[in-house]
Write a protein of this length. Sequence first.
Length: 202
Amino acid sequence: MSHLSFQVNAGENSNHHEARVLVDGVDILKSIDPEMIGLDPVEFFLQKSLIDSGTLYIGRCSCGVLSCGWIDLNVNRTASSVEWSADYLGATNYEFDLHEYDRVIEKASSDTAWETVDRTAIRLVKQMDFSQAKAVGLTFNNVNADPLNKEVIELWFTREPVPPDTLNVSYHVPWDWTNSDEAVKAVQAMLDKWEADGRPGK
């Protein structure tokens, strides 16, 4: 049976990363289409088909947009193995031992060693309790740390109830780009102020 492993590469001059799939030490995306890049690691490991049967996306267009172009595989989970296959001409099929496969996926999906400071900050902020925002009519949606604007971290919320033309709102929170924990402290300070004021900031 084949052996599965993963490698995370960083994009040039950005906070983009790509998960590369290696089977028996060979980068299978490179062998299929060298122009394609891997999915963002977070997006890749969120795919349910990794641990169930279904369609697994392993590559996207070099522009970074999955819908622009992609490479996918068919995943079939059996009682003792996991099979990967593809419908395109000349595709190689792979079979993995079920228990080894699950161990590799669990380890790789929980590995954060590849993260830059901004990506760690994004992950930590997403894990925060936003009930204070909920109490003042805002539901947390997403967070972004733009490497081209290192002075702030941006948070997106949805207003409740939704007034006309104000469905989504964003807030820029100053933070120390060199320390991901500072992003959490800065966001928490903003939430504490909202709670004290009884309303979100402008």
